[in-house]
Ligand binder design. Sequence first.
Ligand code: 13P
Length: 260
Amino acid sequence: MSRTALIAGNWKLHKDHQEAIHLVSDLGLRLKQLELGAVEVAVHPPFTDLRTVQSIVEGDKLPISLGAQHVSHHEKGAFTGEVSVAMLAKLQTRYVLVGHSERRTLFAMDDATVQATAKAVIQAGMVAVICVGESAEEREAGQTNDVLSRQVLAALSGLPNNAADAIVLAYEPVWAIGSGAAATAEDAQLAANHLRGVVASVLGTASANEVRVLYGGSVQPGNTEELLRGEDVDGVLVGGASLDAATFSEIVAAAVRCYG
Ligand code: 13P
């Protein structure tokens, strides 16, 4: 397996910048004790924490990549409340979540905006972590693959053919997020394999084999290894369990056992 695993923590609307100092310092100490090998770790704090986390990561040389949770697809201008890709890139941000289901459902982010945002992120030299996933109703109606195809095709349209190393896909079934009921390892693998096939249809097989596909939704230390066993699952996107350094580093340790 040539793909580097990615274990990413999405802090959502948690941790002020002082709490972020404690969390990232504690996490950094724990990660330094692990032989990370082919496992990359990223955190996605709120915007107000980014500068603080960047300083600690650089100053203490922590093995952590910096991520953001969202960004505007506009370059600049009269867009009150927004943050631009240039602002994130200036902070050495490497990853940006694009189209997380909470942005799609709570803030009306549609497929076209997801596409425009992914494009802006890539043009700024960062990696777009494009989040996709079906709702419980869509799953019950047998529409999972159709929904995933639609979301990925929309997100990838208009991206350059060599975008493979500038995108990561995150399969996050909406019903599994924050519910305590993660997808089974088998379902995560099936969805990841389907997503890779959709990428292949747009960017070609070689590129599709480079793209990392993550699973997200109620990931815990106890289910990480099983989820990562799927051959198309290249990492996890972790919400609640990333808010505690000990718990998140246990998830990283599980990944190291699989990939390290
Ligand atoms: P939980 O791990 O809390 O279910 O959240 C998943 C998620 O939305 C990560 O982006």
